[in-house]
Structures are given as structure tokens and as C-alpha cells.
Write a protein that binds this ligand. Structure first.
Ligand code: SF4
Length: 95
């Protein structure tokens, strides 16, 4: 086992943006639920952010497809989640 840190290993992954076809969308809302707001801190790729008006938005670049946001908002239905098209999204490098 090498002594590489997790950040160094993650850095080896690459992400291919499918321009104009984000695989996660936040449904329009005035006030985010606590679950949706929690994603601003819970997403490991920092894809979620809060806007000036207090809504939550997503930018899927760098998404690791971990599913955390899908699970956390399952009950509220605030996001639409699907896997990226083949060849797009995160490209994991193993080893
Ligand atoms: S699937 Fe994981 S990495 Fe991707 S946006 Fe959701 S929480 Fe973030």
C-alpha cells in the first residue's frame, strides 16, 4: 500500500463535463428544506451552494456520484438525480 494521501488519490480522478446536460437538478423552490440546505456542507465535492436569496443550487462539475444528495433528499423530492451519460462524469482512476 502506498503512502499517498486521499487528496492525492482523488486528484488523479478526472471529470468530463456533459455541457448543458447536468445529471442532477434542484427543483425550483423558495425555501430549501433542512435536508437540501445540509447538502451545502455534506456534498464531498462541494457541488451545492446557497444563493443570495437563500435557495440552494447545484453545479455538478466534479460530482463523484456518491449518492449522498439523492439519499438525503429522497423524502423531500427536491432534486432530480440520474447517472451521467456513458463516457461523461467522473472518470475514476483505480490503483
Ligand atoms: S452525488 Fe455526491 S458528489 Fe455528487 S452532487 Fe450528490 S453529494 Fe455531491
Amino acid at each position: 500500500m502506498s503512502g499517498a494521501r486521499i487528496e492525492e488519490k482523488l486528484f488523479q480522478n478526472r471529470y468530463l463535463v456533459d455541457a448543458g446536460r447536468p445529471h442532477i437538478k434542484v427543483r425550483a423552490h423558495a425555501v430549501p428544506s433542512p435536508a437540501l440546505r445540509a447538502l451545502v456542507h455534506a456534498c464531498p465535492a462541494n457541488c451545492y451552494s446557497e444563493t443570495d436569496t437563500g435557495a440552494v443550487e447545484v453545479a455538478t462539475d466534479g460530482c463523484m456520484e456518491c449518492g449522498t444528495c439523492r439519499v438525503l433528499t429522497q423524502a423531500t423530492g427536491e432534486i432530480e438525480w440520474s447517472y451521467p451519460r456513458g463516457g461523461f462524469g467522473v472518470l475514476y482512476k483505480f490503483g
